[in-house]
Design a protein around this ligand. Sequence first.
Ligand SMILES: Nc1ncnc2c1ncn2[C@@H]1O[C@H](COP(=O)(O)OP(=O)(O)OP(=O)(O)O)[C@@H](O)[C@H]1O
Ligand SMILES: O=P(O)(O)OC[C@H]1O[C@H](OP(=O)(O)OP(=O)(O)O)[C@H](O)[C@@H]1O
Length: 220
Amino acid sequence: MSANETLVLALPKGRILDELEPVLAKADIQPEAAFHDSRSRQLRFATNHPGLDIIRVRSFDVATFVAFGAAHLGVAGNDVIMEFDYPELYAPVDLDIGHCRLAVAEPKALVKDDDPSRWSHIRVATKYPGITRRHFAARGVQAECIKLNGAMELAPKLGLCRRIVDLVSSGKTLAANDLVEVDHIADISSRLIVNRAAFKTRPREVGDWIERFREAGDAV
Ligand SMILES: Nc1ncnc2c1ncn2[C@@H]1O[C@H](COP(=O)(O)OP(=O)(O)OP(=O)(O)O)[C@@H](O)[C@H]1O
Ligand SMILES: O=P(O)(O)OC[C@H]1O[C@H](OP(=O)(O)OP(=O)(O)O)[C@H](O)[C@@H]1O
């Protein structure tokens, strides 16, 4: 990581990017035009700041790019941050966007005869095997996780498992699939994340961006 290298900000594609637009505007970060062109195959973008470029990657990959120092800063949900638990990441600003919760759900029909305090081993479909294992291990339950990358809500009806761990916002996806929340794991929102080594070696520049995002998050 050299001292005059352009700083790289990793942003997630998808829903967070929409909520992030006003934060970027308040932080006076204007990406080049191709960033807003959905047909463009470009992945790295210049901004109105000569020392700052943006890369657009999948939400889970934001944490990996930043943890390995390939990007200096990024925006990720704390679901992603918690799942990887990278020691190299520092998450100094809660941007107050991307609000949802991580929860355990099971079929409505199972709930009345089920007693979570008696679980000793459960099988769970989830995109978050790390968080799920740690959450249950802390209460002495062994969680066998089946990793899926989406549409977890299908798993119980198709006999893959009886429980899932997934993000819930309005609750509509659970309801549409006859599932109910039985346990809350964590409240989720998106954070500015920073590579610790980059902050140590370039405290002034990285610190300036942290302050800008803090002010932008407060103002939106
Ligand atoms: N229903 C939701 N409401 C609010 N925030 C959400 C919701 N679902 C996901 N998020 C937040 O948005 C982030 C990105 O989720 P999104 O569903 O856009 O991407 P993804 O499907 O995980 O990404 P990819 O397509 O790259 O795998 C999540 O990590 C979480 O922090
Ligand atoms: O409580 P709700 O408001 O219904 O939102 C929850 C849904 O949103 C997310 O899915 P997303 O739309 O990102 O789809 P995917 O996980 O299948 O990619 C999440 O994985 C849930 O399925």
